[in-house]
Design a protein around this ligand. Structure first.
Ligand SMILES: Nc1ncnc2c1ncn2[C@@H]1O[C@H](COP(=O)(O)OP(=O)(O)OP(=O)(O)O)[C@@H](O)[C@H]1O
Length: 228
């Protein structure tokens, strides 16, 4: 599903964020990406949906060559990938239904198919009854549920999440994690950067630890492994 071979990323300010990374992630895996602040986790995640481009090395996501992909083809890649952010990134002028439908409207899906799929994912995240509400009328947890609904409405093979529980209280974070587990059980690959030790130590999955732009640990069912 995801392959990286000697991926190196140097930002224009000279900072090396990824220093020759090698990794393989299979379809259906659930992977946590952990590590200290500034280790390169977000850069690693951003490569997956071509928010950043490798400086050198080879990288494939669902068979798509990320390093050489033309900018004009990036929207095609992003249709195969769901992305969830710490700060939700919902469109404030659109209601819940419209925020989720938007992902399908841009690819010109048929209206009846849009309606069916949006209602189905809103039901899955438990927000069908709030479809007409606006993001500002929702709690943080509810907003994150909308963003998860949006990320899966295209039926992507992989969902990438950068600190999805970073802005949520502990109880809400567990709810959101249960949702990711459910999505993963249906066969979707999940790749999640997180600082949440309790969650990583309790909902066990593969753990990739990054330090100084390199993978320093890669353990199936591993623990968070950092203090504090
Ligand atoms: N757009 C950018 N331009 C220049 N340097 C950057 C950029 N984004 C990140 N960096 C640098 O690259 C390194 C890795 O940053 P990255 O955001 O990937 O780390 P992180 O592990 O996600 O950190 P955190 O846990 O704090 O979010 C850091 O030194 C950071 O300052």
């Amino acid at each position: 599903m995801i392959q990286m071979k000697n991926v190196y990323k140097k930002y224009s300010n000279g900072i090396v964020a990824l220093n020759g990374m090698n990794v393989e992630i299979d379809q259906g895996e659930f992977v946590y990406v952990v590590g200290p602040s500034g280790a390169g986790k977000s850069t690693f995640i951003k490569m997956m949906y071509r928010e950043e481009r490798p400086t050198s090395g080879q990288m494939f996501v669902d068979g798509i060559d990320i390093a050489t992909l033309k900018n004009s083809k990036v929207p095609l890649l992003r249709r195969q990938i769901g992305v969830v952010f710490q700060d939700f990134k919902l469109l404030p002028k659109l209601n819940v239904y419209e925020n989720v439908a938007f992902a399908l409207e841009v690819i010109e899906e048929k209206p009846e198919e849009i309606r069916k799929r949006v209602l189905k994912v809103l039901d899955l995240v438990g927000l069908k009854h709030k479809a007409r509400m606006f993001p500002t009328e929702l709690s943080g947890g509810e907003q994150q549920r909308v963003s998860i609904a949006r990320s899966i409405v295209n039926k992507p093979k992989v969902v990438i999440a950068d600190e999805p529980t970073g802005n949520l209280d502990p109880e809400t974070s567990w709810d959101i994690m249960r949702l990711f587990e459910q999505i993963n059980k249906s066969g979707t690959t999940i790749l999640m950067a997180t600082h949440n030790r309790e969650i990583v130590n309790s909902m066990r999955h593969r753990v990739i630890a990054i330090e100084g732009g390199l993978i320093v640990r890669d353990v199936a069912g591993g623990d968070y492994g950092y203090e504090g």
